[in-house]
Design a protein around this ligand. Structure first.
Ligand SMILES: CCCCC/C=C\C/C=C\C/C=C\C=C\C(=O)SCCNC(=O)CCNC(=O)[C@H](O)C(C)(C)COP(=O)(O)OP(=O)(O)OC[C@H]1O[C@@H](n2cnc3c(N)ncnc32)[C@H](O)[C@@H]1OP(=O)(O)O
Ligand SMILES: Cc1cc2nc3c(=O)[nH]c(=O)nc-3n(C[C@H](O)[C@H](O)[C@H](O)COP(=O)(O)OP(=O)(O)OC[C@H]3O[C@@H](n4cnc5c(N)ncnc54)[C@H](O)[C@@H]3O)c2cc1C
Length: 667
């Protein structure tokens, strides 16, 4: 008989094998849904297999035992090995294959090319003119030059309008003079800036004839192409260790009246003529497209990070035996406890939901760039900005929560770096901050929601985009027993009510004499609540759409269980909004809870297979606790024995300090 879970192998832990045998769907088929195509799902497996046959691509030692210098060196070493094998391992024009290869080999701790691929090249693609493509893009794609994205400064990150780095145009020489006027103007944080990159897209305040035109992107050479020494006028270095990403060299950068030619302003959309005439872009924020790109990709990327932590926690929970249920002669798997299921299964549903939702935003971003580059059409920018601002905030927050629950679900062993969950957590929660601090971005979405409510109030509901059309829909009582649509309607009611309440509150403050900004600040918490609800509604709707589109019946059935869990969990979490005005009854509340508990039971036999379906190899997971074979205790013991502290029985520090103390105490 063909096994539905393709992960069953001889010699694996029996408890895990038992779980895999209960799968009701084919994990290869589920992987096709997760990764969007049969081809990519298959190619991922083939690539992982091919990588495992090249020993130089393996980590030379477990990463938790490396110090920062070793991590940076290790990442760079693997990049160079990868470079030699690239064409034999993947179709280099296929982004999905490349992304998987990098995840597999490079892991998540950072490397010199991280920002080159994620932001430098995309900034060129989105912002550079055809002539600039000619000059820079080919070189960048061939990696003759390595770049990063240098925007944030020591004193300013969120408020881009107050960036202090200046780019002053000098018509006599047709150059921009880049300058860092104060210590707070130093660029600070850009990934791969400190030691690796020799070029950067630098965002600086454009000044022409003493007038500021706001932040604009410039391509700037930072280091000599032969010696890699910083060019005169450039101060650059590493900002030091961080919560995670310690294989990466986030950096600082200062300019001392550093000159670059006029052609280095990325000028697909705005430009400066030789005489200093400024030509405006078709949309004021078009220079922010590299940020929108990363935000569009974040839901999927973060969903995978949550998937990593859950793969580890669920596999471990199926192997960890502790305590009793009915039969007092056999301890049970901790995965059998309802509390453990409640801790982990809703997070599995969220991981799937975020991945599906992310695929939609990636498509929307690709369409926007196509429209902008082919005919200057920027009409999709405002919608995508609002959507991705909310999405990156909600997703990163829940992913952080989900990973932390996964860690706790592994008890003491979750706290060990052997689980690798703390590394995954550090990486994931970076996303709450980078690409726009979460509160700041929720408030961006709130601007859009408030404007939409104002449209409805002024009788212009017909101008609402499809994503906010529900803000104008009349309320009707909902029968939750009729399926997913009724949950959407209930969530719409809650989200709409919060958007309206927050808007009314904001307008009231203004009516009472507060300025717009002060009124906004006095309503900010309520506004962020509205943004979260709107975003969760969108995630719910995309999850439903995706499940409806699945054709494989067993896969669809398993996904429907996950979806039902998600719908009930989400609604329960926000029920107080609908209970407070009696729109939801306490009977409905009980109904939701009962549905939720029965979903946990339905999902239980598929739990291991749902996470196996992410098909993360052991190399990619880098977790001793979460390995596919499930031999947790032997693997942990072997790992601990390999700790550098165990190379000798008596440490020099003991001989030098501890023993003399003990000897002294004896006297
Ligand atoms: C490919 C895979 C990627 C996955 C990632 C995986 C791994 C990543 C690993 C490591 C991290 C990597 C990179 C990290 C990089 C960075 O962090 S780069 C730096 C990012 N910095 C920020 O995000 C700064 C955040 N601040 C802003 O974006 C803006 O300043 C802010 C939007 C907050 C405010 O802008 P401001 O100019 O002040 O505008 P206003 O608030 O006044 O709004 C004016 C109107 O403009 C609209 N608007 C603002 N931004 C945009 C936009 N981008 N697009 C469209 N429209 C925009 C705004 O909505 C206002 O409109 P209305 O007036 O309301 O109509
Ligand atoms: C891992 C990592 C990688 C990064 N990579 C890069 C990179 O490659 N390139 C780059 O340029 N930058 C990078 N950054 C910087 C990052 O983009 C910024 O740190 C981020 O945009 C947040 O800005 P900030 O640090 O100024 O936070 P702040 O804005 O100072 O946030 C501090 C607090 O103030 C609050 N706050 C700020 N403004 C408002 C407001 N208007 N209303 C309400 N509350 C407000 C925030 O909510 C937050 O609670 C990276 C950061 C990290 C952590």
């Amino acid at each position: 008989m063909a096994f539905l879970n393709k992960e069953i192998r001889d010699g694996d832990n029996q408890d895990l094998t038992e779980e895999r045998r209960t799968a009701t769907f084919d994990t290869d088929k589920m992987a096709e849904v997760i990764y969007g195509s049969e081809k990519l799902a298959r190619r991922r497996r083939e690539i992982s297999h091919a990588v495992s046959r090249i020993p130089e691509l393996a980590d030379s030692r477990p990463l938790p035992f490396l110090d920062r210098f070793e991590k940076v060196t290790e990442g760079t070493r693997k990049l160079s090995v990868l470079d030699r094998h690239l064409a034999e391992l993947i179709d280099v024009n296929d982004n999905g294959e490349a992304l998987h290869l990098y995840h597999e080999v490079m892991g998540m701790e950072g490397h010199p090319l991280a920002l080159h691929e994620v932001m430098f090249v995309p900034a060129l693609i989105g912002q550079a003119s055809d002539e600039q493509y000619e000059k820079w893009l080919g070189r960048a794609k061939r990696r003759e030059i390595i770049g990063c994205y240098a925007q944030t400064e020591l004193g300013h990150g969120s408020n881009l309008r107050k960036l202090e780095t200046t780019a002053t145009y000098t018509p006599s020489t047709q150059e921009f003079i880049l300058h860092t006027p104060t210590i707070t103007a130093l660029k600070w944080w850009p990934g791969a800036l400190g030691k690796s990159s020799n070029y950067a897209v630098v965002v600086a305040d454009l000044i022409i004839k003493d007038k500021s035109y706001g932040p604009h992107p410039f391509i700037v050479q930072l280091r000599d192409e032969k010696t890699h020494q910083p060019l005169p006028g450039i101060t650059v270095g590493d900002i030091g260790p961080k919560m995670a990403f310690n294989g990466g060299d986030n950096g600082y950068l200062g300019f001392d009246n550093f000159r670059i030619p006029r052609e280095n302003l990325l000028n697909r959309h705005s430009r400066v003529e030789a005489d200093g005439t400024y030509v405006r872009p078709p949309h004021a924020k078009i220079g922010h497209s590299a940020m929108i790109r990363v935000r569009s990709h974040m839901a999927t990327g973060q969903g995978w990070l949550l998937g990593h932590a859950l793969t580890i926690a669920i596999r471990y929970s199926a192997v960890r035996i502790q305590g009793f249920l009915e039969d007092k002669s056999h301890e049970v798997k901790v995965l059998d406890y309802q509390t453990q299921q409640h801790r982990l299964f809703p997070a599995i549903a969220r991981a799937y939901a975020f991945i599906f939702c992310g695929f939609e935003t990636i498509r929307l971003y690709d369409q926007l760039i196509l429209d902008m580059n082919s005919n200057g059409n920027t009409s999709g920018m405002a919608d995508l900005h609002a959507l991705t601002s909310g999405l990156k905030s909600v997703v990163t927050h829940f992913v952080g929560q989900g990973i932390e629950q996964a860690r706790m679900a592994c008890g003491g062993h979750g706290y060990s770096m052997a689980s690798y969950i703390s590394e995954i957590y550090g990486v994931a929660i970076g996303g709450c901050t980078y690409e726009g601090e979460n509160m700041v971005m929720l408030l961006q979405l709130a601007r859009y929601l408030v404007k939409s409510v104002e449209l409805v109030k002024s009788g212009k509901a017909n101008q609402l985009g499809p994503m906010v059309a529900y803000l104008a829909v009349a309320d009707h009582k909902v029968n939750l027993a009729t399926g997913p649509d009724s949950y959407v309607k209930m969530f719409q009611y809650i989200s709409k009510r919060q958007s309206w309440k927050a808007t009314e509150k904001f307008l009231k403050f203004m009516e009472n004499g507060d300025s717009r900004d002060v009124a906004w600040n006095k309503t900010a918490v309520e506004l962020t609540r509205a943004s979260r609800l709107h975003t969760r509604l969108y995630i719910m709707e995309t999850f439903i759409r995706r499940v409806e589109s699945v054709t494989d019946i067993p896969v669809k059935s398993a996904l429907t269980d996950l979806l039902n869990l998600h719908l009930n969990y989400e609604l329960l979490d926000v029920a107080s909004y609908a209970l407070e005005d009696g729109f939801m009854s306490s009977n409905q509340m009980d109904f939701i809870k009962n549905q939720l508990y029965s979903s946990l039971e339905k999902i239980r036999p598929n739990a291991v297979s749902l996470v196996d379906s992410f098909q993360f190899s052991d190399m990619q997971l880098r977790s001793v606790l979460g390995r596919r074979d499930g031999h947790v205790y032997q693997n942990l013991f072997d790992w601990a024995k390999s700790s550098p502290l165990n190379k000798t029985d008596v440490l020099p520090s003991v001989t030098q300090y501890l023993k003399p103390m003990m000897e002294k105490a004896k006297l």
